[in-house]
Design a protein around this ligand. Structure first.
Ligand code: SF4
Length: 348
């Protein structure tokens, strides 16, 4: 990236425009920007704030309660990504459930969970399906495969979410969104382009140092012009239409529903659930999971962190009571969480 002879880094370091708040929608961006030392290049008036793009972080406490209920009351085997095991529920985490005899099995993909169910036909197996547009297709594939293979002991507890509605809900929180490239690879860029009409500016960013510096430099250059803008700075992966194949797969199995986001509350139409014809793979229906209220630790400010309203270091228990070894909230547990990034790389 160059503007005249300037490199992206020079544009960022030399920025002398108005104060600007840039939201790292994606937790991976937060971690990479810290890890690569990019924060140190930013002039004072450029503020980076965290957003809601860490799937484990935005999953509400009530979801953990549902998973604990399934493990302890229904004796199902929970297959899950490792991060979710230590996220506190209202009373217990899945780690607590495991110490009380619950069967918690760590997997690296929904396909692993489906395979586990196939190989353990004597167990009832539930995969904890959380994540955004990037991970949802793999969950759908696992359900499709289970149906093709006649597997009846596999289902998913679904908390998958879609980003567009979150952008709408967060419209006033930042001057510029740093859109997550891997999500846009699936969804395309149409929605981001449409948001410009509503005054929302943003750039799609990749994940390497060069891609992140380019995206930030482009964002700052456009911001100074004073008009809403959108630029796809990750064109080697992101196209306007996205992945039609993934979109078709998800649309075949799932439909939109309202969804609760930690800190943001219920955002209409921002969640996904299996369509009725796939209902036998929906753990909530299969095991008649009661509605859980979910109460977070009152000291935890994950909700504010996820909306960019405060920095992790503004939380009173950050780094004291709450550490990666003893997390109080989801943002300290997850490898993509903002609190964990601040703890690992800096305490600004
Ligand atoms: Fe929650 Fe811990 Fe982050 Fe505070 S530091 S907001 S308690 S995760």
């Amino acid at each position: 990236m160059s503007e005249g002879k300037k490199t992206a880094r020079e544009i960022i370091e030399g920025y002398d425009g108005p104060a600007v708040r840039i939201m790292e929608v994606c937790g991976t961006h937060t971690h990479e920007i810290f890890r690569l030392g990019i924060r140190k290049l930013l002039p004072k008036q450029v503020e980076l704030i965290s957003g809601p793009g860490c799937p484990v972080c935005v999953t509400p406490v009530s979801y953990i309660d549902e998973a604990v209920y399934l493990a302890l009351e229904k004796s199902v085997t929970i297959c899950t990504f490792g991060d979710l095991v230590r996220v506190p529920g209202s009373k217990k985490s899945l780690a607590d459930a495991r110490s009380e005899g619950g069967k918690i099995h760590i997997v690296y993909s929904p396909a692993d969970a489906e395979k586990y169910a196939k190989e353990h036909s004597e167990e009832e197996v539930v995969f904890l399906s959380v994540g955004f547009e990037t991970t949802t297709p793999a969950g759908c594939l696992s359900v499709k495969k289970a149906k093709e293979e006649g597997i009846t002991n596999y289902s998913m507890l679904i908390a998958n979410k879609t980003m567009p509605q979150a952008y709408e809900a967060l419209k006033g929180s930042a001057d510029i969104f740093l859109y997550p490239g891997h999500v846009n690879a699936i969804t395309g860029t149409k929605l981001c382009e449409e948001l410009v009409q509503e005054g929302v500016s943003g750039v799609v960013a990749g994940f390497t140092a060069k891609e992140l510096l380019t995206a930030l430099a482009v964002a700052l250059t456009h911001f100074q012009k004073g008009k809403p803008f959108f630029v796809n700075c990750y064109p080697r992966v992101v196209t306007e239409e996205g992945s039609k194949e993934a979109q078709r797969l998800v649309d075949t199995l799932m439909e939109a529903c309202d969804s609760e986001w930690r800190g943001l509350g219920i955002i209409p139409g921002s969640g996904l659930r299996l369509r009725d014809e796939w209902g036998m793979y929906d753990a909530r229906k299969k095991y008649q999971v009661p509605k859980m209220e979910g109460r977070a630790n009152p000291a935890c400010r994950c909700g504010d962190v996820l909306q960019g309203k405060c920095k992790p270091s503004d939380c009173k228990v950050f780094g004291k009571v709450c550490t990666p070894q003893h997390p109080v909230g989801a943002c300290m547990v997850s490898g993509e969480g903002a609190c964990s990034a601040y703890y690992m790389y800096g305490r600004e």
